[in-house]
Design a binder for this molecule. Structure first.
Ligand code: NCD
Length: 309
């Protein structure tokens, strides 16, 4: 089995088969990660650069760990400490790095479409680690892996994506992936944070009442309020957001059923999610982080195999 694409730019470009292949390969790597010796030689002599033009904790460490577990050589690049600050273009930066014989690029950028632009100009595999408000494909893959692991299925599952849907690349990648895999999706949150026409364009339901969305779903994937991406206020205050749309234990208990709580991190505690839920029994947030390494190992490995054959 092979991926249908030379890059991982977004879930939009993947087929159902691609997604299933990445998820099943990730399960094999997850099994490897339970062993005392966690390292495999799959990407020995492969050099990977992590190009981070935007802040990151989890995603960057997760990619680096995945690369090291696959025995790749790893090069790290942080834009704020580089010649980008001196005015170098993206393409010049990348071409300079590639001339040092780098084989794969992992990239996060604040501009939507930056990795797609790069893919038109360079030939090595590119993995998108988040581009602006567009996509974050490995996050959606690790979210799907974690949902499947916890509930035993994807097809027929009901997932609510709650919060700042408008500014979230995690939301868009999740919607593409889940709808391709036969999951029913509802997006929920304040009307100002849900793009108009989303329901028709992306085949999801829209619900402005968070409690109703929770009542309906099996899994709630809760998003961070992305204040840094809001050029004008889209709700009155964080306190009022928490009161109207935040999720707390009292609310979960009133549902009279169990649901799974997810969050891609970083959490704004007391805003979209209260600590009694984030750290409570319904939460699989740290499992998501754990699964991220296996999922990224799978994506890196499959893209490299594609290139070799
Ligand atoms: C997300 C991101 O950067 O898009 N975080 C992540 O990768 N784990 C979500 C966010 O920043 O809220």
């Amino acid at each position: 089995m092979k991926l249908s694409t030379p890059h991982l730019l977004g879930i939009k470009d993947l087929t159902r088969e691609d997604i299933s292949l990445i998820l099943s390969t990730a399960q094999q790597f997850k099994d490897v990660l339970q062993r005392p010796v966690k390292k495999v030689p799959s990407l020995r002599d492969v050099t990977i650069v992590n190009l981070f033009f935007e802040n990151s904790t989890r995603t960057r460490m997760s990619f680096e760990l995945a690369e090291r577990r696959l025995s790749a050589d790893v090069l790290n690049f942080t834009a704020s400490a580089s010649s980008v600050a001196k005015g170098e273009t993206l393409l010049d930066t990348v071409n300079n790095i590639l001339s040092m014989k780098v084989d794969m690029v992992v990239m996060r950028h604040s501009a939507s479409g930056a990795p797609h632009f790069l893919a038109k100009h360079i030939s090595c595999p590119i993995l998108n680690a988040g581009d602006g408000i567009n996509e974050h494909p490995t996050q959606a893959l690790l979210d799907a892996f974690s949902m499947q692991e916890k509930t035993g299925k994807l097809e027929g599952l009901k997932v609510a994506i709650i919060g700042d849907v408008m500014h979230s690349r995690v939301a868009l990648s999740n919607i593409y992936l889940l709808t391709k895999m036969g999951v029913e999706v509802t997006v929920a949150g304040p009307p100002t944070l849900i793009p108009k026409h989303m329901a028709e364009a992306l085949n999801v339901r829209v619900e402005y009442n968070v409690k109703k969305a929770l009542q309906w779903c099996d899994v709630a994937n809760v998003l961070r309020i992305q204040l840094e991406r809001q050029s004008q206020p889209l709700f009155s205050s964080l306190r009022e957001y928490n009161q109207a749309y935040g999720i707390n234990r009292r609310m979960l208990e009133s549902l009279n059923k169990e649901i799974v709580i997810m969050h891609p991190g970083p959490i704004n505690r007391g805003v979209e999610l209260d600590s009694d839920v984030a750290d409570g029994p319904a939460s699989i947030i740290l499992n998501q982080v754990e699964n991220g390494v296996a999922v990224r190992m799978a994506a890196l490995y499959l893209l490299r195999v594609n290139r070799e054959n």
